[in-house]
Structure formats: C-alpha cells, structure tokens
Design a protein around this ligand. Structure first.
Ligand code: UGA
Length: 442
C-alpha cells in the first residue's frame, strides 16, 4: 500500500519505518528540511536503539523516503497517517495547531480519495472536528474518510512495541475504512481491536491514565511501607502475582515523567472537566506524582540535616533509561530543589547530557563517567535506572566518595547489596540501610 506518515517524531518515524519493513511504500513527510536531510543520510532525529539500521535498510530497499514536498506526499498515497505533536497548552488542554496546519495543507493538495488516520494523541471528538475542517477546505472533488489509530509504543523499546504490541486499536467511520486498515496492518500479526472513532480516541488517554494510576498507587503504598516498615518491592511482587493485577507498572520511585503520562493525564482531567465531570481519581494521581518528585530531597534533608555546600552527584537524568528525552524528567524538579538548598551538583547520564544542559540549572557540572561524578561527593542521587547505573559496584563508593550516602529514587539495588557495599542507602518504600563505614556527620 502507499502510505504517507506526517511528522518524524517518535510515533511518526517508528510507525513509518515499521510499515516499510512490512513491505508498504512509505513517504515520511516533515516540514523541517534539516531533519529530512539527516534522515536521508541515515541519521535519526530521535534516540531510539536500532532505528537507524532499520531506516537505512528500508530507504535502500526503496520502500521508504523522506521529503518536505507536501504535494508529493499528499498526491502519491492512499493512506495519510498524522503523527505530529499535540503539545500541552498552559491550561492543560491539547494544542491542535500542528494537526490543523497538516489538515489545511492536505485539503489543498489531495486530488483523489484517501483515508486520513490520526495517530497523534488527540482529545475525544478531534477526528470529527478534523473531518469537518477538511470537508470545508478541500480544493478537489474527493472524499477523505477518517480513522483513529492511537499509538502505544514506548520510547526506548519503540520498534519492538510497534511490531509486537498487545493490540492495534482502530476506530473508523465505516466498515470499508476498517477493512483497508486491517489489511494494512495484517503483516504485523497483532490482534486488531476495531471500534468507533470516539472510543478509539478515549482508549489512548484511558490507557495512559490507568498506567499512571498504577504508578501513583504503588508510590502511595511505598509511603505506607516506609511507615509500617514493610518493603514495597515485595508488596508489588506479591500483588503482581494476581493475574487480575499483573506485575507491570508497579515499580515505586520518584514518579513518572516523559512526553506522555504527564501531558495525557492532565489533558484527560481537562477533557472530563469540559463535560462538567470532575475526574477526582486522576487529579489525585497527578498530585501524588508531583509529591513523589520531592521525595529524595526531603529524605536527604531529613537524614543528612542540610544540603548547603554539599557535593551531590546525580546519576541518570533522562525521564527513564534508553532515551535521551528530558521532557518532564523528575531530574528537573530535583536539580532545581538541590540548587535552592545550596548543594553543588555534578551529573552523569550516558546519553541525555546534551539535552539536559539546556534544561537543568546552569551551575551543574557534567561528568563523562559515573566514577568521576561520585568522586569526592557527599551524596549520590540515583534518578534513572540505566543498566550501567544498576550494575555499578556499590562497594567502590566508600573509597570514592567523601561520605557514602546513596539516595536511590529507582530502587536499583537490593538491601543486601547495599549492606555488602557498606553504604548508607535510602530508597523508596524500603527500610534504610545504614552500613556506611564513615559517620553520617557532614
Ligand atoms: C508511555 C506508554 O507506556 C506507551 O504505551 C505510550 O504509547 C506512550 O506513553 C505514549 O503515549 O506515547 P513512555 O512515556 O515512553 O510510554 O514511557 P513508559 O515506559 O511508559 O514510562 C513512563 C514513566 O513511568 C517513566 O518516567 C517511568 O520511569 C515511569 N514508571 C514506569 C514508573 O515510575 N514505574 C513503573 O512501574 C513504570
């Protein structure tokens, strides 16, 4: 099939590459000349393990091309998939201006019947709004049929998620559209869940909101664990053995970040509010997540006493491992709090430093290895569970650091490892381990 994918961010690029891999002929349209040139040269605009190899393979096979030429993109395909950003407005609602501008371009160029698929996360009712906008502005006598096809891929495992997802959700305006899109996705071999357009739009928000709810729920349980001296990792594992609950998204920590959960939870509260429905549960999920980002600094103040003039090493900056994405990363709130309390910060992240530099306080010094970040430090804060960080030998810390205080926001180590490493170890929802050889007097 001939498909155009508009937008080359996470969703657009990965979707386009995977559709090409399945044998379709895909045009990737983007308005950014530099980005398009880079992609033609095999350079990905996003950090995603494996993506460049897949891009190059499909470009060389003639199944994938990148362009800024709107006329070509809209006249040479039968299916147009929109995967442009829907950033958050100050009031929490989704900004649809990128989608609107795609629609206006498409309306002026498209010269044959097409199916328009919205992949971007959009408020319920957007497909119907887009349809009316297009119909009012079409320059030719053609039909544009709509479909909603929300995306469930995660950064860092995007290709795998796209090719091996649990389901593909298709909301379409009639059976003919369902049938065409079903055959487009047939080579993926993933179960397809077909529904109406509004339900498909809501499935996306409801799914992200539910996963965020699981995270805030386990973070609340972690707070109770600290009070009753239980271990949240064991509680989560015990809960997860019940198939009705499931083990995933029950890792306690310093909260969820990224470009999706914070934005989509706020937007769903806003959508409900637009229909005079106060979504109290989700409001609490968001509040818990904000509180969670303050937790490590609060613990440090409680157990160390102060942060003024102390050397603090941050290990991991991105919102999660295997991405350089700093959007809504807990490291942002934490770094600003540490600076306010007078700490001197050095930071290490395997890939996110370039992006972090434009976002975190300018006083931070960046190091090329975790060892150089922790050397001479009074406190280590673990903020992202990169494999490299999970594998660092704790027992090296007492000799490298001024005082071996580790505040782990991602529960990377077992309490036994902390004890054997002879560090003072404070994690989330688990007992503290005070086995550091040096006194905790700073
Ligand atoms: C999320 C969803 O998982 C995808 O299904 C969805 O397609 C995507 O948003 C989107 O809407 O585009 P992503 O933001 O890439 O994907 O990241 P996740 O792996 O879901 O993690 C989100 C945040 O939750 C991270 O900050 C992570 O550290 C945190 N998290 C995750 C926890 O704190 N605990 C957990 O148990 C799991």
């Amino acid at each position: 099939m001939k498909i155009t994918v508009v937008g080359s961010g996470y969703v657009g690029l990965v979707t386009g590459v995977c559709l090409a891999e399945m044998g379709h002929r895909v045009i990737g349209l983007d308005i950014d000349e530099d980005k398009v040139q880079q992609m033609r040269n095999g350079i990905s605009p996003i950090y995603e393990p494996g993506i460049e190899e897949w891009m190059v393979r499909n470009v060389e096979a003639g199944r994938l091309l990148f362009t800024t030429d709107k006329e070509k993109a809209y006249t040479e395909s039968d299916i147009v998939m929109v995967a442009v950003g829907t950033p958050q407005r100050p009031d929490g609602s989704a900004d649809l201006s990128f989608i609107e501008s795609v629609v206006m371009d498409l309306a002026s160029y498209v010269n044959h019947n097409i199916i328009l698929v919205i992949k971007s996360t959009v408020p319920v009712g957007t497909n119907h709004y887009v349809k009316s906008l297009i119909d009012r502005h079409l320059h030719h006598d053609v039909t544009v049929q709509m479909a909603s096809n929300p995306e469930f891929l995660r950064e860092g495992t995007a290709i795998k998620d796209c090719l091996e997802g649990d389901r593909i959700v298709l909301g379409a305006e009639n059976q003919e559209v369902h049938d065409v899109l079903r055959s487009m996705y047939r080579p993926f071999g993933i179960p397809i869940y077909a529904t109406d357009i509004r339900s498909a739009e809501l499935i996306k928000y409801a799914s992200n909101a539910f996963l965020a709810t699981k995270i805030s729920f386990i973070n609340e349980i972690a707070a109770i664990c600290e009070k009753v001296e239980a271990n949240v990792d064991d509680v989560a594992e015990g809960m997860g053995k019940d198939k009705r609950i499931g083990p995933s998204f029950l890792r306690a920590g310093i909260g969820y970040g990224g470009s999706c959960f914070p934005k989509d939870t706020t937007a769903l509260v806003q959508i409900a509010g637009d229909y005079d429905y106060p979504f109290r549960l989700l409001e609490s999920v968001i509040q818990v997540n904000t509180k969670q980002q303050n937790l490590l600094v609060e613990k440090a103040l409680k157990y160390i006493g102060h942060l003024e003039g102390l050397e603090v090493a941050l290990l991991g900056l991105s919102f999660k491992p295997n991405t350089d994405d700093m959007r809504e990363a807990p490291s942002i709130a934490i770094a600003h709090q540490l600076v306010r309390y007078g700490a001197n910060i050095r930071a290490y992240d395997p890939v996110a430093v370039d992006k972090a530099k434009g976002i975190l306080p300018s006083s931070i010094s960046y190091k090329n290895t975790w060892e150089s970040a922790v050397e001479g430090a009074d406190i280590v804060f673990i903020l992202t569970e990169w494999d490299e960080i999970k594998q660092l030998p704790l027992k090296k810390l007492p000799s490298l650091m001024k005082s071996p205080n580790v505040f782990d926001g991602r529960n990377c180590f077992s309490l036994v490892e902390a004890e054997e490493g002879k560090v003072n170890y404070y994690s989330i929802g688990r007992p503290n381990v005070l086995s550091g050889v040096k006194e905790v007097v700073l």
